[in-house]
Design a protein around this ligand. Structure first.
Ligand SMILES: [Zn+2]
Length: 194
């Protein structure tokens, strides 16, 4: 099953090889550019349906609201919400803090489903959990299309993904590509040609 989705991402051109600085600041020779899939509604719907199938097998409580970190999680969060008929909201990073804006709210006793595009370090999810100041028992499940974390991150909450693809990340000081004089690209913030 993992292989099916790996091939899907490869065939969609969403797995880039090179020398990248991730949004976490870590360096890697692999980057998941899922925006290249999200520009295609059929491919996005396909992934959302597959993710929902897996979500439904892993939730034990009724879900009230989907929360996704911007920007990467917005489209897939919305698609999952459309299929499940649940409202979907997103958090934004303002002054290094992940917050709900635009009048979005989470009400008392609501059960939250996290939907993320790619989990790398888990930082975004931890920040969202912190910013919502919500009791963890209200977060039912963390879901993502891709989990590329090196160590299996324990959020204290069940997590599922369509593709587990462990990729080595480096701190800049220890990056072998940097050490050989190669300049890292920031795919999320800079226009470039693959
Ligand atoms: Zn590097």
């Amino acid at each position: 099953m993992n292989c099916e989705f790996l091939n899907f991402f490869i065939n969609s051109g969403a797995i880039l090889n090179g020398h990248f600085e991730l949004s976490s600041g870590l360096h890697s020779d692999t980057y998941f550019q899922l925006a290249l899939i999200f520009q295609d509604h059929k491919k996005t719907s396909f992934l959302a349906e597959k993710l929902v199938e897996k979500i439904m097998k892993n939730i034990t409580k009724k879900i009230d609201v989907i929360v996704s970190p911007a920007i990467g999680g917005i489209i897939i969060g919305y698609e999952v919400g459309r299929i499940l008929n649940i409202r979907s909201i997103f958090t934004e990073r303002i002054n290094n803090e992940m917050i709900l804006r635009r009048g979005f709210s989470i009400y008392k006793n609501e059960n939250i489903l996290f939907v993320e595009d790619v989990i790398t370090t888990g930082l975004s999810i931890n920040e969202v959990m912190l910013s919502l100041k919500t009791n963890k028992t209200n977060i039912s499940l963390i879901s993502s299309l891709v989990d590329r974390s090196v160590n299996n991150i324990d959020f204290g909450i069940p997590k599922i993904s369509l593709l587990n693809f462990n990729v080595k990340n480096y701190r800049k000081e220890e990056c072998p590509m940097c050490n050989s004089g190669n300049i890292a690209i920031k795919p999320g913030s800079r226009r470039y040609l693959s």
